[in-house]
Ligand binder design. Sequence first.
Ligand code: ARG
Length: 434
Amino acid sequence: MKKITKQIISILSITFLFTSILFSQSKKPEIKAIKAGKLIDTETGRVLNNQIILIEGEKIKAVGADVKIPEGAKVIDLSNATVLPGLIDCHTHITGQSGNRVFGRGGYINPSVVAHLYLMPTLKAGFTSIRSLGSNSFDDVSLKRAIERGLLDGPRIQPASFYISSTGGHGDTSPRNPWVDSKRPPEYTGVADGVDEVRKKVRYLVKMGAGVIKMGASAGVLSVGDSVAAPQYSQEEMNAIVQEAHRLERKVTAHAHGTEAIKMAIKAGVDSIEHGSLIDNEGIRLMKENGVYLVADIYVSDFILSQGKKIGISEQSLAKERIVGKTQRENFQKAVKAGVKIAFGTDAGIFPHGLNARQFSFMTKWGMTPMQSIQAATINAADLFGWKDKVGSIKAEKYADIIAVENDPLKDVKVLENVSFVMKGGKVYKNLQK
Ligand code: ARG
């Protein structure tokens, strides 16, 4: 009896050994080799010809003109294309989209149920990493985790979840009517007032999975009942938010249109300013001195002013947009000229996800070279995320987040609106190359 048991055990363990060897062999990451006709080196701002990019699993293994393609590698021929790192949008609202009918006739739809729909249009447009700067829920954290666990396909996400706002501030979306109780528990909003509350809010958001903290430094365009410019936190509150977030190793970005609010946020120590619409020369100087990134959504104004009525934007907000939009672009140009660090961010979600690249031609119209606009959406954005070791350029050890376009984006950045190839983490999501 004992002998039989022993035999069974040894047979079982041999079988186990064989299957695990077989399994480990089949699990060996596939090697891919991309032949890139032109490759944009975002780190140096140069274009390299006829490069081979070797990819093993989800990472880049080697890049160069004389890299040998190993036998059995899957070759992807992009020798007629311009290849560049996956694009990065530092300002999206990935969990929603204006006019998405969740509040339409026929009853309410929980936005969580449809939030995933915006992932693939973003990824297929060539955006392989995004920040989610304000979700009305923790859905952006869930999307990020679902993508990381392979349950969903989509871009890499650095989520802010709720956006920290003062009572009545730009991020306070509850009804302005004391008789209508929104019934949201305070943990399920970004509203926090006073130094103690804002500190606690930062801690809570980080606990729930926020990868970046967004605070409302000034009023806004699309919020109800506020000006565009007025600061919405005291200097002490802004300082506390930044201190707490940095202590917890999270970057902080400030929604700030107003001149004063921008400067207060910079003094508090933020890593980036969103919008920056009414920045003055002193603000520009402070941004430069402190190495703060400007993330100016300079396309969206056209969309708001042309489509706003149709997608339900109030007349009051449209009036604010008419004041802010053009000045924002002029000030963006001044900031570019002064040498302020720029990262690409669009406010996608106000306009349909997937149209993010429309902003490139606005950036070149308002003072940037095509190469600078591409760097803003790759290496600079990666730096702002704190992900410079992972994404933003096509270099060994980084993720194989790679896109291609058929024509030369350095001649006309508009070609980035039609990317023909998208790879994220070594996996091909789009390949229209002939
Ligand atoms: N979320 C921003 C706000 O409501 C959008 C601003 C859009 N307009 C602009 N010119 N950037 O303030």
